[in-house]
Write a protein that binds this ligand. Structure first.
Ligand code: PMP
Length: 305
């Protein structure tokens, strides 16, 4: 999607190593069996300096994801938060994307990951607009994927596991090859779930709605931020199951994600939604204000370097 812009250092198993030296063996368990859990978050240039957005929430989710795979991460949430700040500082980046990953490393092969060591890395690099430079302002065209979301009884969508993204990749590649910027996945019952790397919201008659977690989606931290900010803006917000025609008939539709931020959707399967609407724009503005320290009610979402 975007070429990685190398930074200087990566935190690996407790220490900062040079970017090019943060390598791993080709027989690492996770490379073969997808046995890794990870996070994606951003550092913004905020009012009082650079600050990582909802750092603790992301590290708590990393630990929760690991627990489903019975993986013991050898660093506490606090230690991972401190390591993240140290990594961004060492790379002297004012704003960046951050990728912590805990993976089953080298030494044991076979499906069962239990004996393979757990390695932990935190990398960061500049990654401005996940879905392209104009996406945030003008919106994107998306499609409903012919690929379905995994059942909660397969690889649980609530877990941010590397293996899950093979499903996302199938959906995204299909969309991209058909000329769309992103795909929306339905679950096995035909309910709308999420994008390949984003949660989804619609607005109809001024009411904001998004699929419930029980429809099988990642519990997005941006999704949570948007739901809280909506309440502040006196926008009614509900969680309800949606079907594909709810997207076609919505007044506004947008994606949320730490990488995608708040990305308006201009059309779905060629049904035009239109330019970014008032509610989308208000929430996008509120999100960036909160992330950059310009809303005093949300300063506890910020971890300054
Ligand atoms: N769903 C999927 C499948 C994702 O990969 C992401 C990105 N992490 C999201 C939703 C949004 O989650 P968040 O807002 O926590 O980044």
């Amino acid at each position: 999607m975007a070429e990685v812009q190398a930074a200087d250092y990566i935190w690996k198993n407790g220490e900062l190593v040079k970017w090019d030296e943060a390598t791993t063996h080709v027989l690492s368990h996770s490379l073969h069996y997808g046995s890794a859990v990870f996070e994606g978050l951003r550092c913004y240039e905020a009012k009082d300096g650079s600050s990582v957005f909802r750092l603790r929430d992301h590290m708590e989710r990393l630990h929760r994801s690991a627990s489903v795979f019975m993986m013991d991460i050898p660093y506490s949430v606090d230690e991972l938060c401190e390591a993240t700040l140290e990594t961004v500082r060492a790379n002297e980046l004012k704003a960046c994307y951050i990728r912590p990953i805990a993976y089953r490393g080298y030494g044991f092969m076979g499906v069962d990951p239990t004996d393979a060591p757990v390695d932990v890395c935190i990398a960061c690099w500049p990654w401005p607009a996940y879905l392209g430079p104009e996406a945030l302002e003008n919106g994107i065209d998306v499609c409903i994927s012919s690929w379905r979301q995994r059942s909660a009884n397969a690889l649980p969508p609530a877990v941010k596991a590397a293996g899950s993204y093979a499903n996302s990749a199938l959906a995204h590649m299909e969309a991209a090859q058909n000329g769309y910027a992103e795909a929306v996945l339905l679950n096995e019952y035909g309910h709308v779930c999420e994008g390949s790397g984003e949660n989804i919201f619609i607005v109809r008659d001024g009411i904001l709605s998004t699929p419930p977690l029980s429809d099988g989606l990642l519990e997005g931290i941006t999704r949570d931020s948007i739901m809280q900010l909506a309440v502040d803006l006196d926008i009614d917000v509900i969680e309800e199951s949606l079907v594909r025609s709810d997207l076609y008939l919505a007044d506004e539709v947008f994606f949320t994600g730490s990488a995608a931020e708040v990305t308006p959707i201009g059309s779905i399967d060629h049904r035009r939604i239109g330019k970014p609407g008032e509610v989308t724009k208000a929430l996008q503005k509120a999100y960036f204000e909160a992330a950059t320290g310009n809303n005093d009610d949300y300063t506890d979402w910020l971890a300054y370097l």
